[in-house]
Design a protein around this ligand. Structure first.
Ligand code: FE2
Ligand code: FE2
Length: 227
């Protein structure tokens, strides 16, 4: 088993070169580690399926990132790529199906919800990576990539109407340059906890959200010169 994991790790590392720092191989590594931690508290987890799914879950991320049509879903693309790689390695068919389900259902906005325990763990681990200190770091990567402000004082309701597709909080952001970390916190991260499946992830998530709240509160005060 270790051999398969190590081989895949090398493939993924190479395939993900050139992705931005929020979605690079380090993200995959963090998600992988979180998966193992969450799995300790769940029963009947197929660790091999989980590990492989974690490693491959964002392998086609670059394809979505460079796509201008907005139609490419990296979860579907990654599942396809995963299937191709695993088939080539002569990996058991029934396990490939399980892995594909985990990968397809990991996406935040996707309609495919995770059904198996491995898929739920991967989903949770991937969501935890957008919150906490890591989440904050990732939002500031976006500041650099999309030339955003580090703080943007907006009326959140108005902002959602104007800068999200269909005026919905869950829609895609229309103009990324108008977005900012504090807005991302108000419109997305605050709602992450409700979406988690496993007990351990909820516990970790709670701590991470608390930390973010403190951070943004302080940032606002510093910006206004109060601290
Ligand atoms: Fe993803
Ligand atoms: Fe991911």
């Amino acid at each position: 088993m270790m051999d398969v994991i190590e081989k895949l790790r090398e493939i993924v590392k190479k395939e993900m070169e050139g992705t931005d720092p929020s979605h690079d191989f380090l993200h995959v590594t963090r998600v992988y580690n979180l998966c193992l931690e969450i799995a300790k508290y769940e029963k009947n987890v197929d660790l091999e399926v989980l590990k492989i799914s974690a490693l491959l879950h964002d392998i086609a991320r670059l394809k979505e990132y460079t796509d201008k049509t907005g139609k490419i879903d990296h979860a579907f693309e990654s599942a396809k790529v995963a299937e191709r790689i695993l088939k080539k390695m002569k990996y058991p068919k029934e396990k490939i199906e399980k892995i594909k389900h985990c990968i397809v259902s990991h996406r935040f906005r996707g309609n495919n919800t995770p059904k198996t325990i491995e898929a739920k763990i991967l989903y949770d681990a991937d969501k935890l990576d957008v919150i906490g200190a890591t989440g904050i770091a990732r939002t500031f990567v976006s500041v650099g990539v999309h030339k955003q402000k580090i703080w943007n004082d907006v009326n959140i309701k108005e902002y959602i109407k104007k800068n999200f597709v269909d005026g919905k909080r869950n829609g895609r952001i229309i103009d990324l340059s108008k977005h900012s970390p504090n807005i991302e916190f108000e419109t997305k991260f605050k709602y992450v906890l409700k979406k988690l499946y496993t007990k351990k992830a909820k516990e970790i998530g709670k701590g991470r959200i608390e930390f973010m709240k403190k951070f943004f509160k302080r940032l606002k005060k510093e910006i206004s010169g109060k601290l």
